[in-house]
Write a protein that binds this ligand. Structure first.
Ligand code: MG
Length: 204
């Protein structure tokens, strides 16, 4: 098992659409940022990358890169999911806490949960969405998100997967066994070059 933690904050700004958890929310202000400012998806993305020690959101999506201007943060999340899969893990569950004065999250928490679960390819009961107001913090114009994820190692040994795939295919099991015996040393897939890690710049 692996655990990951992510945190993010964005300031509210008028004239910007508000997106949280991939949902467009009706509110007079949105969250400013180089991307769409989705504070919740950014925190979850960092938690996933951290769990597999793959760097952080800024190392994959530098704020100076024009490609990520107003980008849909679901793209960042999908990239983190690919890193998790590449490392041989699957998500067990995700828990999050939003800290913001407005809008109230309670009435939309269920929609948020279902949407975040859909983006993570999980069942809704594997995603926690909690919210608090920033009591005593004097941060009413900021949205903060915390996220933790738990990953479980997948059993993905090559020959076993090959056998499983072959059973579902028209190829006979005998053919697969013969192929495995004829090819004693499967060539491992090359590991793609990784982005530099420990760039702590955020995409905001
Ligand atoms: Mg951010």
């Amino acid at each position: 098992m692996r655990i990951g933690y992510g945190w993010d904050s964005h300031a509210f700004k008028s004239g910007v659409p508000l997106k949280i958890g991939g949902l467009a929310l009706d509110h007079p202000e949105g969250l400013s940022g180089h991307s769409d400012g989705d504070v919740l998806l950014h925190a979850i993305t960092d938690a996933l990358l951290g769990a597999v020690a793959a760097g952080d959101i800024g190392s994959f999506f530098p704020p100076g890169d024009a490609r990520w201007k107003d980008a849909n943060s679901a793209i960042f999340l999908e990239t983190a999911l690919e890193e998790v899969f590449h490392a041989g893990y699957a998500i067990s569950n995700v828990d999050t806490t939003l800290v913001l004065a407005a809008p109230k999250i309670g009435p939309i928490a269920e929609r948020l949960r279902e949407n975040v679960a859909m983006l993570l390819h999980l069942e809704p009961n594997c995603v926690g969405i909690k919210a608090k107001t920033p009591e005593g913090l004097n941060q009413d114009h900021v949205a903060i998100a915390h996220a933790v994820v738990l990953l479980e190692k997948l059993d993905n040994s090559g020959p076993a997967l090959e056998m499983a795939a072959a059973v579902d295919s028209p190829t006979s099991v005998e053919d697969v066994v013969r192929k495995l015996l004829d090819d004693p040393a499967p060539i491992p897939s090359p590991i793609p070059a990784r982005k530099p890690i420990f760039n702590t710049e955020d995409i905001s």
